[in-house]
Design a protein. Structure first.
Length: 444
């Protein structure tokens, strides 16, 4: 080992961990008198492309023996993140390696820290439907209200129609009407869209708010589209109001547009007549929504309402009321889903309030809708550009890639240089625990 550089030794440690070779790791350990020097190498050395360390590889594979050696014999830092923000605990949770998760938690690994997409270990446990893993995390105080690009753990469980997970999360303090995410609907809406009547019943029993909107549609509006009228009837029993609507249409009109005649029959005696209908009867409503005049009116109403939403969003933006602006641009996204403008504006608002994970999500979705609209960010580009979301995550190397999309521009070349400098500066300052700074400076 004396003839090998710290980087060479780090590579050997990572290779032995990735291959699950405890013998090689023990041989490396014998060559060092103190754990400190070995720990520094173990924690600093990472894969350049991903930022993953030896413990990431061991946790990903669920190799408990290797994890034990790295933690107890090498002193590996438990909570060091990769460039995507994944800690060894998150890698183990993604792979459903319960014993490794339990081991890391018992050694005080942080289970509440999310990665760059907002996922915690509990999110992954819910996504995988692993009840045992959920129970371990919740028993150790895993938070239930952290948002992600797929919503909170309860929103995810409801969207998957996983009744056991929904019940478990509610018993452990999850909010039944959580609307943390502006991307996902409330748990109740998620359950309706998943066509999980049992989850809907469970959430209503837990006092989920039947009036929580998603992009202008209440749970009742979503239920009005379902042929299974149990959703509609349960919401009505829970106090949902058919005359309440946000925006353009009431639940009864949504039912008619969806050709759900039975839902129209249920809602008719509970809904005040809407202007423009010649006959406020089941047949009259169905005939109107099918007619050319009815379709033309809906399109005109949509355009008129979209202008109102745009103006309200701009007003909120001008007054720096970014939360309201997010709500209005979310509404616009629902009304006009193929227009990347609304996602771009909402991304800007999320960035302004420090929600980088959601800002990134919207920026990426906007570019998927219209790739050629991707701006080439400048060194001090305005908040809301694609690059700002990456900046919020300190993913400067990704910003650098965007900067060289058009290498002919002198300004972009300078931006590329600045971004790389910032990336390596961040890597130096935040990728490693403080105790590694001296070692990092010496060897890097």
């Amino acid at each position: 080992m004396d003839s090998l550089s710290p980087s060479d030794i780090g590579a050997l440690i990572s290779k032995a961990a990735a291959e699950g070779d405890p013998k090689q790791l023990r041989e490396i350990r014998k060559k060092f008198e103190t754990v400190r020097d070995l720990k520094q190498i173990c924690d600093v050395y990472s894969d350049f492309a991903t930022g993953r360390r030896a413990l990431h590889y061991a946790a990903e594979m669920g190799n408990l023996v290797i994890c034990e050696i790295l933690v107890e014999k090498f002193g590996a830092f438990l909570d060091i993140p990769s460039y995507s923000g994944d800690t060894p605990l998150l890698e183990a949770a993604k792979g459903e390696h319960v014993k490794v998760v339990e081991y890391l938690i018992n050694h005080n690994a942080l289970h509440q820290v999310p990665n760059k997409k907002g996922f915690t270990a509990l999110h992954y446990a819910v996504l995988k439907g692993n009840k045992q893993l959920m129970e371990i995390l919740l028993a150790n105080g895993a938070p239930t209200e952290i948002d992600s690009v797929d919503g909170t753990p309860l929103q995810i469980a409801a969207s998957l129609g996983n009744l056991k997970a929904v019940k478990l999360l509610l018993r452990n303090g999850a909010t039944p009407s959580s609307d943390t995410s502006s991307i996902m609907g409330s748990p109740l809406i998620s359950a309706i869209k998943a066509r999980s009547f049992e989850c809907v019943k469970c959430l209503l029993k837990a006092k989920a708010n039947p009036e929580k909107c998603l992009y202008g549609l209440t749970p009742l509006s979503h239920a009005a589209k379902e042929r299974d009228t149990r959703y509609l009837l349960s919401l009505l029993d829970a106090g949902a109001k058919p005359d309440n609507f946000h925006g353009r249409v009431k639940a009864i009109e949504i039912a008619a547009i969806a050709e759900n005649v039975e839902a129209v029959r249920i809602l008719l005696p509970l809904t005040k007549p809407v202007p423009g209908y010649s006959k406020w009867t089941v047949d009259g409503i169905m005939k109107h929504v099918r007619s050319a005049a009815g379709k033309a009116k809906r399109e005109a109403d949509k355009c008129r309402y979209l202008k109102i939403v745009n103006d309200l969003g701009q007003t909120a933006l001008d007054t720096q009321d970014y939360k309201s602006a997010v709500d209005w641009y979310s509404e616009a996204t629902y009304i006009d889903p193929t227009n990347p403008k609304w996602l771009s504006l909402r991304s800007m608002c999320y960035a302004r309030v420090g929600k980088g994970m959601l800002a990134l999500h919207d920026a990426e979705q906007s570019i998927k809708l219209k790739p050629q609209s991707c701006p080439c960010p400048k060194p001090h580009y305005s908040v809301g550009d694609h690059g700002i979301s990456w900046q919020l995550f300190k993913r400067y190397h990704m910003a650098s890639i965007a900067f060289v999309l058009d290498p002919k521009e002198k300004e972009n070349r300078e931006a590329f240089r600045v971004a790389l400098f910032e990336y390596f500066s961040w890597l130096y300052l935040t990728s490693c625990p403080a105790e590694l700074m001296t070692f990092f400076q010496h060897f890097m």
